[in-house]
Design a protein around this ligand. Structure first.
Ligand code: PXG
Length: 465
């Protein structure tokens, strides 16, 4: 099969895009004036745009293309499944082979007694499932008042009403009437930005203990669950201090509340293990999965739940489900993706070879005059941009002004590196080679240099008071 290389000229595509396509998380007029960059194909870690530029995708799409682009096997499995059984539901006493096989495989891969899968079409849907499942679980156990879920500021759990309520993104809560009732937020374990004079471990403990304080404040009999990402992704790749997760686990155990690990980004090799919970040493009762589950080749998400949770949920009829829960094509693609991640030793190679190499290179960026911190866990990393390294200072400009300048320089240098505020983040495909890592670092350094020059020229190299 040949790739689709025959398309309208870029300007015409951009005009049609502006006229009819509304982009997520985008200021429409701003983009429409400028024109979107049109991505036409991709192989490995490299995107090609409609003008023929080759761009190193250090974000794996949107944190999802773990296996890299262009794997024929996944395309073939999808085509085969579409011919065999393109769709059937799992609602009315029926099941099908891909849904069964994938659930079985996920039960093998997931740690502990996480042995049961409820499918969704995305991470947002899966987290909406989790809200309803937690509340139904406690109601079935005779404690219907346990409706509260505690989450974290600057966490990201999706964009639907429920999942965005779990998230702690102020900009999202400001639009559309969120959060929904009985979702409460505690502060994030973001030492670099919020740790002040505390040492990281003391700060991590203090932030974890906010969970205990919140439970006591709200009443332990009212709290059903705590949800968090093992490592915050969209919030800026925030790696918690070592003291944080053990204390969170202790508190969840003490109060008997369910721990939901949102593994949508951390899952499927991203942190050097199959799941971020393993890297962080936690024992969740529920895991949210999506993204790397299919490496983004098909939309699919889900909740993997423990034996204990499944036992209770199986004792009732859970009036919940999506048309595409366990979509056969998506399940077949995910299964093939997991086979490749496993059989080609990609997760193992990431841990043993790619991560140590990347860690050394990435941390070398901390020597750049505008970088206050360069941290990485597995293959998700962040740089904190600063006008004053010693003081961990923030810029005086509106947060994100400098980050945006840096991101634009990266894009101009054919590197997709995102900014979150004034942090730069990466999450490349797990198959990135050492040579490609060298290219990534070289382009990042060049972009930082250019951004620094522009920041100085525009008089933005000033610390906030
Ligand atoms: N949980 C986590 C931890 C996520 O990162 C979701 C849930 C929601 O998944 P869906 O499939 O519904 O998008 C996500 C998604 C960003 C960005 O700007 C990150 C996500 C989505 C959109 C943008 O980094 N993560």
């Amino acid at each position: 099969m040949t790739a689709i290389t025959n398309h309208l000229p870029t300007a015409e595509l951009q005009a049609l895009d502006a006229a009819h396509h509304m982009h997520p998380f985008t200021h429409g007029d701003g983009l429409n004036k400028k024109g979107a960059r049109i991505i036409t194909r991709a192989r490995g870690v490299t995107l090609t745009d409609s003008d023929g530029n080759e761009i190193l995708d250090a974000m794996a799409g949107l944190w999802c293309v773990n296996i890299g682009y262009g794997r024929e096997e996944l395309a073939e499995v999808a085509a085969r499944q579409m011919r065999e059984l393109p769709y059937y539901n799992t609602f009315f006493q029926t099941s099908h082979v891909p849904a069964i096989a994938l659930a079985n495989r996920l039960a093998e891969l997931a740690p502990g007694d996480l042995n049961h899968v409820f499918y969704a079409g995305s991470g947002s849907e899966a987290n909406d499932t989790n809200i309803r499942m937690v509340r139904t679980y406690w109601a079935e156990k005779g404690q219907p008042e346990r409706t509260i879920i505690i989450a974290r500021k600057n966490g990201y759990h999706g964009s639907s009403m429920g999942s965005a309520s779990l998230g702690g993104m102020a900009g999202m809560h400001a639009q559309g009437g969120m959060p929904i009732p009985d979702i409460h937020h505690i502060d994030q374990p973001h030492w670099y930005a919020e740790g002040g004079d505390m040492d990281p471990d003391a700060f991590g403990l203090a932030r974890a203990r906010q969970l205990e304080e919140k439970i006591e404040e709200l009443g332990a009999h009212r709290v059903g669950a705590f949800i968090a990402e093992p490592v915050q992704g969209a919030g800026g790749v925030i790696i918690p201090p070592d003291s944080y997760w053990p204390e969170i686990q202790r508190i969840c155990d003490k109060y008997g509340i369910l721990l939901i690990a949102d593994e949508v980004i951390c899952g499927f090799g991203r942190t050097g293990n199959w799941f971020g919970s393993q890297t962080m040493g936690i024992r969740p009762d529920i895991m949210t999965i999506a993204k790397g589950l299919s490496s983004g080749y098909a939309p699919i998400g889900g909740s993997i739940v423990s034996d204990a949770v499944a036992e209770v949920m199986n004792g009732c009829e859970f009036n919940h489900g999506y048309t595409y829960s366990g979509h056969p094509v998506a399940c077949a693609v995910a299964l093939e993706n997991l086979r490749i991640l496993d059989e080609e030793g990609i997760v193992t190679r990431v841990a043993e070879e790619t991560v140590p190499y990347m860690k050394e290179k990435w941390e070398s960026l901390a020597a750049h005059p505008m970088v206050g911190e360069a941290r990485i866990v597995g293959l998700m990393g962040s740089l904190a941009l600063t006008p004053d390294k010693g003081a961990r200072a923030k810029f005086a400009s509106e947060p994100g002004t400098v980050g945006y300048i840096c991101r634009e320089r990266c894009f101009a240098n054919n590197l997709v590196m995102r900014h979150v505020g004034d942090r730069m983040i990466i999450s490349p495909p797990l198959v990135i080679s050492k040579k490609e890592i060298d290219t990534l670092i070289e382009r990042a350094w060049r972009s930082l240099d250019e951004a620094e020059r522009q920041v100085r020229d525009e008089g933005l190299m000033k610390a906030a008071a």
